[in-house]
Design a protein. Structure first.
Length: 760
């Protein structure tokens, strides 16, 4: 494995050189303490100081080139150091050329400007977790203000009492160490406020500023009425402090991520405010005291402003927490809240029952009465559940028409009785906008089991039980592990079906239909098959329920439609003129996806629209009659024919035969298969045939499985026959050969069919 890149020799020299100069200065001041005050010594000192600061600036330049993100802050720091170096050079040159340098000297503006550069660097170089806002500045002001107050009381007051100096000169002399302490306090406050990491780079910055404060404080007592008195020792301390600051600035900033939980800064802010209050209580006298008192007042005002912001944040956080755990429509607990409560009870080991409630037929209410009525119904149900059960259990809405109920009880008998009570509560009618709506519910029940570690375990089990209760119409069921195995297999089958639709496993077979009188092929019905890699050829009954349950019917219907239209185009090119019929489930008929794609596919294939017959069931008109009527009229406007499939098994009004553009009825096989043995079935088929002809409709007999049935249907003047007596479903590639064979003379001769005996 390659190691870390080693620094070059030049880089190593650059790193060590400033410290060699500092070490030389320390040794020189110890061996020859007064040498720096000679003319030659002062000139040499200017040269050494210039070389020293040039090395520091070079180090910052290299660091900025290697870290573009920090280039601006390092440039600002370099500018501050340049100003300090310029001030030092001006001061040393002045001292070398004049016997007395009055205080303050012409270099003071450069020194003060350099500290502004240091402060700007510290503010810019913080590895922020977000944009700096008013809160950050308020907190920084509070902590820095308190630090200045403490530093002033500890440092300035003793020095003021020990020196007999003019107040103005003393304040100017003490301003530098005070600024140094304020900058060090700024770094510490950034650490306390989690804006700066606790690391070596932070320690180097604080150490450099502390040493700079010591050097500036050591300079103050040397003031005299005659002017400056300096030494190589002080110059060395200043150099070492800047070397530490630059070393800290050059250290790479570690990558940080936002904390998982908000940081509690209340203790830090309270201590800062307490320090400011102590300063005001002591009430230091003199100009310095008044300045420190002013800083304390600013600190307290900032602390008060931060407290106001904190109160607003707390109120906003409480509102956000409440909203995050509340369902917007019903005001009940939402999924987040009930899952959190379930997790808490799991960890506590408390007995627990979990119910999942789903309304039966709610989609029909939404589709027929509108979503506003559906929402109003959900609110009424939520109010009723909360009023009747809220004191005994947690009632939550998970979404849609699903509700969850969490009980502190794991008695299966109690849970079943409670579930029945809930169903009775919901069974009372709801009056909304003059409509009386009755709703029933299916409820799945589970309890806490050994080994449960997450709330999703209970939710999944309750969901399995609820679907079984809905499928079996039992109302409420306890979770059963055998149901879970079936559910897992069903989920796996759904995933396999999803891949099959998008792959090459599905195919379309066709069953011919013949004209009963003329014995010619009139159409073929498209029937989907699944060539399962493990289970072989599967009929629709084995996978269509899973397709409906998992929302795959539209995708499946589009596949059948496109394949049927492609095969119809091929048959038309070969000279065949029979039609192709395909089934369309109610959701696809009423939806907005299938029919537009059907029209586009017919146009793209350049087929006459009446080549296709769309078969719909009677229940297509029950959920939303007006929308179904619009869809059928739309089909007719595109010249697509419509057939009513499984006629006679629905419960809708016969008015649709009169009012809707239907061209064909397909008599359900349950009547055809029993017509020879059941007088009632025969009467129904006969009267339906007469009614269809009177309305100008074709009547197709499905399920013709034997010659006697075919003969009876021909005698009744049935229009079209379909069943295995004519032909079993076959793959698309076999249709052409079968049609040619049938048309060549192998068709049934109605005269040779056995005579049908009246079974009445």
């Amino acid at each position: 494995m390659p190691g870390r890149p080693q620094p070059s020799a030049v880089r190593r020299v650059l790193d060590v050189a400033p410290w060699l100069i500092v070490a030389a200065g320390i040794a020189f001041s110890l061996r020859m303490p007064g040498a720096g005050q000679t003319a030659v010594g002062e000139l040499a000192l200017v040269v050494v100081i210039g070389l020293f600061f040039l090395l520091l600036l070079t180090q910052l330049g290299v660091a900025g080139w290697q870290a573009p993100r920090r280039r601006a802050s390092l440039l600002v720091l370099g500018g501050g150091i340049c100003l300090w170096a310029a001030g030092s050079a001006v001061l040393q040159t002045t001292v070398a050329t004049a016997s007395i340098v009055a205080f303050p000297s012409p270099s003071e503006p450069l020194f003060l400007a350099s500290y502004a550069g240091l402060a700007a660097f510290l503010l810019m170089d913080v590895p922020r977790r977000g944009p700096a806002g008013a809160v950050i500045w308020l907190e920084t002001t509070v902590v820095c203000g308190a630090s200045v107050c403490v530093a002033a009381m500890v440092v300035l007051t003793p020095i003021t009492s020990s020196l007999d100096r003019g107040v103005a000169a003393l304040l100017i002399a003490l301003l530098y160490p005070l600024i140094d302490l304020a900058l060090a306090a700024l770094v510490l406050s950034q650490v306390l406020l989690h804006q700066r990491d606790r690391s070596l780079r932070t320690a180097l910055l604080v150490g450099g500023l502390a040493l700079l404060a010591a050097a500036d404080s050591g300079f103050a007592p040397t003031l005299s009425d005659q002017g400056y008195v300096s030494s190589i020792a002080l110059d060395t301390m200043w150099g070492a402090s800047f070397a530490l600051i630059v070393a800290g600035a050059r250290t790479p900033v570690p990558e940080t991520s936002p904390p998982a939980h908000p940081v509690d800064r209340s203790r830090t802010l309270m201590l800062a405010a307490a320090a400011a209050v102590c300063v005001l209580v002591v009430s230091p006298v003199g100009a310095v005291g008044r300045g420190v008192s002013g800083v304390a007042v600013i600190t307290l005002v900032s602390a008060g402003a931060r407290m106001v912001v904190a109160l607003r944040e707390a109120r906003g956080a409480a509102d956000a927490l409440r909203l995050s755990r509340t369902d917007e429509l019903t005001g009940l607990a939402n999924r987040r809240a009930v899952m959190s409560d379930t997790e808490a009870r799991l960890h506590a080991g408390s007995p627990m029952g979990f119910m999942l409630l789903d309304l039966d037929g709610f989609k029909d209410i939404n589709d027929s009465a509108g979503h506003a009525t559906g929402d109003a119904l959900l609110v009424r149900i939520a109010d009723r559940l909360q009023r009747e059960l809220g004191a005994r259990m947690t009632v939550a809405r998970l979404g849609g028409d699903e509700f969850a109920l969490l009980l502190a009880d794991d008695s299966l008998l109690t849970l079943l009785e409670t579930a029945q009570e809930i169903r009775d509560i919901l069974d009372e009618p709801h009056t909304i906008d003059g409509l009386q709506l009755h709703v029933r519910a299916s409820i799945g029940i589970t309890v806490r089991e050994h080994g449960d570690t997450a709330a999703t375990d209970l939710l999944r089990r309750a969901d399995v039980a609820m679907y079984e209760a809905k499928a079996s119409r039992n109302g409420a069921l306890l979770y059963d592990h055998s149901q879970d195995g079936f559910s897992r297999a069903r989920l796996q089958r759904a995933e396999e079906l999803r891949r099959a639709i998008r792959g090459d496993e599905l195919t379309v077979w066709y069953q011919p239909q013949i004209d009963a009188a003329r014995q010619v092929v009139t159409s073929v019905e498209a029937l989907v098959r699944w060539e399962h890699p493990a289970d072989g050829l599967l009929l629709p009954i084995s996978f269509l329920p899973d397709a409906r349950r998992h929302g795959l019917m539209t995708e499946l219907s589009v596949f059948v439609m496109e394949r049927a239209i492609a095969d119809s185009r091929r048959w038309a090119d070969q000279g065949f003129d029979f039609q192709t019929s395909m089934n369309c489930a109610p959701p696809e008929l009423l939806g907005d996806t299938l029919l537009p794609r059907l029209y586009a596919a017919l146009d793209a294939a350049a087929l006459p629209a009446d080549t296709l017959i769309v078969e719909v069931t009677e229940d297509s008109f029950m959920s939303d009659p007006e929308r179904a009527r619009e869809r059928l009229l739309e089909l007719r406007s595109h010249h697509v024919q419509v057939a009513i499939d499984d006629y006679g098994t629905g419960f809708s009004s016969l008015a649709y035969l009169r009012d809707l553009p239907v061209q064909e009825l397909k008599m359900d096989r349950s009547f055809i298969s029993t017509m020879l043995t059941d007088r009632r079935s025969r009467v129904i088929v006969d009267t339906t045939c007469q009614m269809a002809h009177a309305l100008g409709l074709r009547l197709v007999a499905e399920g013709v499985e034997e010659a006697a049935t075919a003969a009876a249907l021909v005698a009744m003047d049935i229009d079209v026959l379909q069943g295995i007596h004519v032909a079993a479903p076959m793959p698309g590639y076999a249709v052409e050969a079968w049609v040619r064979e049938w048309s060549s003379g192998l068709a049934m001769d109605p005269a040779q069919l056995p005579e049908v005996t009246d079974q009445r």
